[in-house]
Design a protein around this ligand. Structure first.
Ligand SMILES: CC(=O)[C@@H](O)[C@H](O)COP(=O)(O)O
Ligand SMILES: NCC(=O)COP(=O)(O)O
Length: 260
């Protein structure tokens, strides 16, 4: 299983103080030496963590391929295609969200996404679409001509956290998931089944399949067992653990967990 380490969350720490430390650029060689296969960054429209200069420097200096996540907004695509990352993953963005809440609405943005894909692919950049794990989204991603999809695992991760961690007893409990455990278990099974079926269809259609969002040291095992998923992009949990154990051991531990 390939591991993309999302280093946005290092820039989030920097932006909490609006200074120049910690610098996500400093993570590049640690990620490589610790066994990461790829670096993921998200150039958000509101630049809440990674900025344009970060993206430029990271792409220039990284020995690992860069997977640059961005919205389908044409202004952002115009910036991103000139940066020439190895891969661009198109994601939905909502200015008010705390984090990426779901996958792209491919049906209602078909033409816009199609234009973005053409512009990126014409510059030699491979394109991935960040989608919800539904058969319809996989079919549309295939029709759009992307080479990769990344399945959004946030819903699975939220259910897992409400079921198997103390999240429900904290101030960040997810209100709509304050449900009996039996119900949550059924929902967890359904969310895993959706990820499994979507990845299987995608591979049958010739797409390469990544997954990510909200994956951590507790919940990643179920996702690793799905044979059609070949790459995981993980950020928040690795950077959170690195506060206590250091970035290198946080990556090594995750890489060991997901090896298959
Ligand atoms: C699209 C995605 O899932 C990642 O970019 C991740 O969400 C990064 O964190 P933020 O949502 O805080 O940008
Ligand atoms: N695309 C998902 C990603 O890059 C990492 O998401 P998270 O682990 O920070 O939730």
């Amino acid at each position: 299983m390939l591991l993309g380490v999302n280093i946005d969350h290092i820039a989030t720490l920097r932006e909490a103080r609006k200074i120049n430390d910690p610098n996500p650029l400093d993570a590049l060689s640690i990620c490589k030496l610790s066994g990461a296969d790829q670096i993921t960054i998200h150039l958000r429209e509101d630049r809440r963590h990674i900025h344009d200069l970060d993206a430029k420097a990271i792409i220039e200096h990284s020995a690992l391929p860069i997977n640059l996540e961005c919205s389908i907004n044409s202004t952002i695509i115009d910036i991103v295609y000139k940066l020439k990352p190895y891969r661009v993953t198109l994601v939905p963005e909502n200015r008010k969200e705390v984090t990426t809440e779901g996958g792209l609405d491919l049906e209602n943005n078909f033409q816009k996404i199609s234009r973005a894909i053409a512009q990126l692919q014409n510059s030699g950049i491979e394109v991935s679409l960040f989608i919800d794990p539904t058969l319809k989204s996989v079919e549309l991603a295939n029709m759009l001509g992307a080479s990769w999809i990344e399945l959004h695992t946030g819903s699975y991760a939220n259910i897992f956290a409400m079921l198997y961690t103390n999240l429900k007893h904290t101030q960040h409990s997810i209100k709509e998931l304050e449900l009996p455990n039996e119900k949550l278990k059924n929902m967890l099974d359904t969310s895993l089944e959706n990820i499994k079926n979507s990845s299987s269809l995608a591979v049958n259609l010739g797409l390469k399949v990544a997954a990510g969002h909200g994956l951590n040291y507790q919940n990643v095992k179920n996702i690793c067992e799905l044979k059609d998923i070949i790459e995981l992009n993980i950020g928040q949990s690795i950077i959170a653990r690195s506060v206590f154990t250091g970035l290198s051991s946080a990556i090594v531990e995750m890489k060991n967990l997901i090896s298959k």
